[in-house]
Design a protein around this ligand. Sequence first.
Ligand code: GDP
Ligand code: IMO
Ligand code: MG
Length: 424
Amino acid sequence: MKNTVVVGAQWGDEGKAKITDLLAQNADVIIRYQGGCNAGHTVVVDNKTFKFHLIPSGILYKNKICIIGPGTVIHPESFEKELNGLIDEGIDISNLKISPLASITMPYHIEIDGYSESNAGKGKIGTTKKGIGPTYTDKYARIGLKIQDLYSAETLSEKLDIILPLKNKQLEKVYGLEPYTKECITALCEKYAELFKPYVCFEWQDLLREHKKDTILFEGAQGVMLDVDYGTYPFVTSSNPIGGGAATGSGFGPRMIDEVIGVSKAYVTRVGEGPFVTELNDETGDKIREIGHEFGVTTGRPRRCGWFDAVIMKYAVLVGGLTSIALTKIDVFDSFDEIKVCTAYKDKRNGQIYTSYPTDVFIHKYLEPVYETHAGWGVDITKIKEYDKLPENAKKYLERLEELLECPISIISVGPDREQTIIK
Ligand code: GDP
Ligand code: IMO
Ligand code: MG
């Protein structure tokens, strides 16, 4: 296998973890390059379900190096909970490594996320309330704490003297929240230092050098349409899930990336607020949600469901840097007579047709989908392992998607289990 990035091609929850788990068999190193515990990644092996948030799903394999990379944000309490859950399941976590450059989500980041969501009115994003936005805000404002800061009392003290006066003023004056004393944060950081110590890779640069010739799998979280630069801004997350994000967020550099696999459902889901042109607020949407079990892994929220949208997918192929697509959940349509695919948007105001994704999301309320309809296949495909054995209508549907997206579909997923996969 070549060095591969697994990217969500829609608004997250496309089945990235299933594809990562599948490809991890042939990788030496699996690295998460962005996001934090806002992610909820499900892997099913032999009818057993594992849920991940921050720890790379490759950890299920022994002898694979699993790295939480520099571009991620780590909420210590959530990390501890996830880690203990894996240990309780008997999973060997001795190959887990944390980059000293990863950012830390502090308690005040969670508080600010909660406050902002409650007071945003129409601007509510529907975040996971895991402090992701405020942690990245501080990182880019250059007042964030990194894992490495926990291991130098002098650095930590100097940084807190810079950070806390600013943060406390903000907490009190802007948000009406309680300030933090230096003693309190220092004591917390001592606790965090103990928690992370067995996993922090202090020889970070050696680790990168050592694995330059190995096979690297970059595990993305969220998806292209949630990317802070390319997604449905401002209804996005605060990091770069796109293929290019793997280079900045891992430290392996762009020349180490050979393939970018975009994971997409055969339909679309979204959690949280923001535009969604093909959303179905009807019985069909409910049917997709029910058959596809579309409820969030991290927050349990019902996911909004809609038909496959070739307009956003073509955009994801372009800006996500996709070299091929893994299409998941096609089995959800087994009992559907008709399957729709959105090929363009039409502006209700003037009839204008968009085949390229319009990046001003505030006009999306005027857009309606232009659909083409495909006949369903009406049989259970969840046990099929070869492309040629798929029903003709399923093959026609897949070939049409490839044609519309101008990108090959390399993997077809017909069920949640590792085994329910067709490699084309
Ligand atoms: P991720 O965040 O992209 O890793 O995806 P999630 O784990 O949040 O959501 C994907 C859900 O779909 C999980 O419950 C998976 O077990 C499930 N899943 C993945 N692929 C398939 C598939 O091909 N068919 C079906 N029916 N379920 C799938
Ligand atoms: P995985 O990796 C789906 C969404 C939230 C919200 C927006 C911003 O499982 O695909 P944040 O907490 O990041 O500030 O929220 O992004 N969101 C996700 N939606 N899957 C995810 O992760 C998500 N992570 C964040 O619902 O709309
Ligand atoms: Mg998910």
